[in-house]
Design a protein around this ligand. Structure first.
Ligand code: K7E
Ligand code: CUA
Length: 777
């Protein structure tokens, strides 16, 4: 008979016991201190705050326990992650690991998420970062539906899919023909397609071609990734691309409502200039901004889709690409001049206009979709580009041009008809303007050098107004200095009045976020737990799902597979014995049903780490190549006995033989009858306090509140788990094996403590719902 593995010092156990009992008995429930006697004026004076500061604070402050109205998903820039924060509080809620390993979420640590990262391998190489630029929320009828988030990687042309059911990355796709990209992710009105357009021209599909053949062999393009909403996956087999001239195709946007079925992609360096300072040539920046205009690409993607279905595409790397000459001849692609080195292209909420900003021009150009259609129908083209693509005269299709300031970049829309906000990079300002009537309305300085700007649902058919966020490239002196690398700065601007007001500076220390999208919080309905045994990366029940009592260790040849479970406060198994050189995989299932009961698992010195949210099954694999004793434990402070959520990996050296004398020894303290009886007394006392809490909960109608009810059920489940240990304890007592009797009795008490802990949390929550103070009796 092996002994349960417990060797706590009696002293520490005693003090823990005191704390837990004190909590259970309500000793720490002293009344709250009296409220501060300071007035608002006192605080303003003490903290040197102006009337305007107080107003800004009132506009952003979200009281403790309350939630934000909007949820923002920001690109994490070079971190390859997504940053989730609330608006207006600007409190960060989560980092979603996308292209880069992230230990807390075990992304790139467990086998399941390694499989997602492996989808993003290129030429057999692991790519462990991403230059994330543009997040895009899935849409239904042109408005965010809260189901999926897409984000691109500019450096390694890739897109990722994040499911907003659990905020986890489910898929990474590599563009099969591009060498880089920028203009992604942008979604169509019903998320049929996600755009990813190339940035720097290169031979499509890869391979070497000398730069001298740039004009003939280098190409740009736009990829339309097909999204399967039911599966939550981008489908390469149903996607396609359009071959385009070697202009640097840039940002894009889908048409909507009036312009449904069309998409727009701007470009720079239509000069097709190739630099080469070291070859004595003027640099790229000189040659790429020599002409006054570049081209807005106007694309009939519906027609392109039909042509691809009709077999008009050629295959590059087995991927359908609609050739440029076909696209031109069939009326799929048209070019319109746009002021040079443009940046954003943004379709208005009604789909009738397209605004384009030229970085090197003070104007924002507003193109009329109706006029574009008239010119196309009348075949009114001024000329063709060197690749045979018809060029429409800018004058024929321009609705208006508005001079806003220096360096206009990106535009977003207001809930009020005809109102737009544009970022002014060089001026470090945000401009509010009327695109219908071509009027500048207001400007506000920001700090400093704004890139993207974002309004609530500001790129949908139904913008919500209220706030815009300025994504600034430089922070300079805005925050406490932290060395030469400064944080980025998202500034929150209130747009509910005629005059814009800057109300908050938010440092972001993770990378340069290019773009952010924000959705009404009420549209997001994430889950709090997985069905038991879920592989969260595939959303299927894992073949490694393990139920309580079915834990096992399976050895076969050099392989050791552990099927284990996690629940407060133990890892099963608690001892894993392997031989040096074994390939070990540990599959763990978190059996918790309670909200927020995540467990970790890490083996010291083996770079093994994972995170298991309630219901999740995930696996960690490693080679046990070093003999020794390696503690493992739960790295998430999950319960009062969290530190005791521990175990041992024993890696036996090659040729190890246990001696009979060592095998006969007993580890740990031996206990007496008195120890056992004392423990039984503690159990009785604890039971009394549990019953008091339960009585309180019942008397106050806890069942009426589903979240409280769930906690009470969890608490009672913990109490229920004490039954088995109780029977064992009594069995050993009958045999006068006081050590085992005492240890099992202590296990009974452990379950009581967990039960009391959750019960008290339920009581606090119930009191909150009833409008009482959390610790009211
Ligand atoms: Cu303007 Cu990549 Cu959208 Cu940066 S991009 S700012
Ligand atoms: Cu589970 Cu700590």
């Amino acid at each position: 008979m092996t002994r349960p593995f417990l060797s706590r010092s009696p002293l520490r156990a005693a003090s823990l016991r005191c704390v837990a009992l004190a909590v259970a008995a309500g000793f720490f429930l002293a009344p709250l201190p009296a409220r501060s006697a300071e007035t608002l004026q006192d605080v303003m004076k003490r903290r040197e705050l102006s009337q305007e500061d107080i107003l800004a604070a009132a506009k952003t402050y979200v009281p403790t326990g309350k939630r934000d109205e909007f949820i923002a998903f920001s690109s994490g820039g070079q971190s390859g992650q997504v940053i989730v924060y609330g608006i207006p509080s600007m409190r960060i809620l989560k980092y979603i690991a996308v292209f880069t390993p992230e230990p807390w979420q075990a992304y790139g640590f467990d086998d399941e998420s390694k499989a997602v990262l492996a989808q993003g391998r290129i030429n057999g190489k692991d790519i462990t970062w991403g230059d994330t630029h543009h997040p895009a929320l899935s849409e239904t009828n042109g408005d965010y539906d809260g189901q999926f988030l897409f984000i691109n990687d500019k450096s390694n042309p890739r897109l990722a899919v994040i499911d907003l059911k659990d905020f986890e990355t489910k898929q990474i796709v590599v563009n099969p023909i591009f060498q880089s990209e920028h203009g992604g992710a942008f979604v169509s009105e019903n998320t049929e397609y996600v755009i990813e357009s190339a940035q720097y021209p290169a031979p499509l599909g890869g391979g070497f071609v000398p730069l001298e053949e740039f004009n003939d062999k280098y190409r740009g393009g736009v990829t339309y990734w097909k999204f399967n909403r039911e599966k939550g996956k981008l489908e390469q087999e149903n996607s396609f691309a359009i071959e385009l001239p070697p202009y640097s195709q840039d940002l894009s946007d889908f048409g909507k409502l009036a312009s449904s079925g069309w998409s727009f992609t701007n470009s720079f360096c239509t000069e097709r200039y190739v630099g080469g300072i070291e070859r004595g040539r003027p640099p790229f920046e000189a040659g790429c901004s020599a002409k006054d205009t570049d081209y807005l690409h106007v694309i009939n993607w519906k027609k392109a889709e039909a042509l691809v279905k009709a077999g008009k595409a050629k295959k590059i790397n087995n991927f359908p690409v609609l050739p440029m000459d076909v696209a031109a001849a069939e009326g799929v692609v048209f070019l319109v001049p746009e002021p040079k080195s443009p940046h954003g292209v943004d379709v208005t909420p009604d789909g009738k206009f397209i605004t384009v900003s030229g970085k090197l021009d003070t104007h924002v150009s507003v193109y009329s979709f109706e006029k574009l259609q008239q010119a196309i129908a009348a075949k009114k083209f001024v000329e063709k580009d060197p690749y045979g693509i018809p060029i429409i005269d800018m004058k024929d299709v321009l609705h208006t041009q508005v001079s806003l300031g220096l360096g206009p970049l990106h535009t977003q829309y207001d809930s009020r008809q005809g109102i737009a906000y544009t970022s002014l990079y060089v001026d470090s300002m945000v401009a509010k303007w009327d695109y219908a009537n071509g009027k500048l309305l207001d400007r506000i300085p920001i700090h400093y050098n704004i890139g993207h700007i974002m309004a609530m649902h500001g790129d949908t058919v139904k913008p919500r107004g209220k706030y815009v966020v300025a994504l600034n490239k430089l922070a300079i002196d805005r925050f406490n200095p932290v060395g030469p690398l400064h944080p980025q700065n998202h500034q929150l601007i209130d747009i509910s009045n005629d005059k814009m007001q800057l109300i908050y500076d938010m440092p972001l220390p993770l990378g340069e976020p290019h773009y952010v999208v924000a959705i009404e919080a009420s549209l997001l309905k994430p889950t709090v737990r997985y069905p038991v045994g879920t592989n969260s990366r595939t959303d299927e029940i894992s073949p490694y799902k393990t139920k309580a009592g079915e834990e096992k260790i399976v050895k076969s040849g050099n392989k050791v597979e552990v099927f284990g479970t996690l629940i407060r406060s133990h890892i099963t198994p608690e001892i894993i014995e392997v031989d040096e050189g074994n390939d070990v995989t540990i599959h763990l299932t978190n059996l918790e049903r309670a909200e927020d009961q995540t467990h970790g698992f890490t083996i010291s010195k083996y770079n093994v780490n994972g995170s298991w949210e309630p219901g999740k099954t995930a696996s960690v694999s490693f080679k046990a190549d070093k003999a020794g004793v390696f503690p493992y434990y739960c790295a998430e402070f999950c319960s009062a006995l969290h530190l005791e959520m521990e175990g041992y990996l024993l890696v036996k050296p090659k040729g190890y033989k246990p001696t009979a004398a060592a095998a006969a020894k007993e580890a740990g303290t031996q206990y007496t009858k008195a120890d056992y009886e004392k423990q039984v007394g503690v159990i009785k006392d604890t039971q009394k306090t549990i019953e008091d809490v339960v009585a309180y909960l019942k008397a106050n109608g806890y069942e009426k509140f589903p979240t409280v009810k769930a906690q009470v059920e969890d608490a009672l489940e913990q109490c229920g788990r004490a039954d088995g240990p109780k029977a064992k304890s009594e069995e050993f007592a009958a045999k006068q094996d006081w050590t085992n009797a005492m240890l099992w009795a202590n296990q009974v008490w452990q379950f009581q403590v967990k039960c009391a802990d959750v019960g008290l949390r339920a009581k606090d929550e119930l009191n909150g719902k009833l409008g009482k103070q959390p610790h009211d009796q």
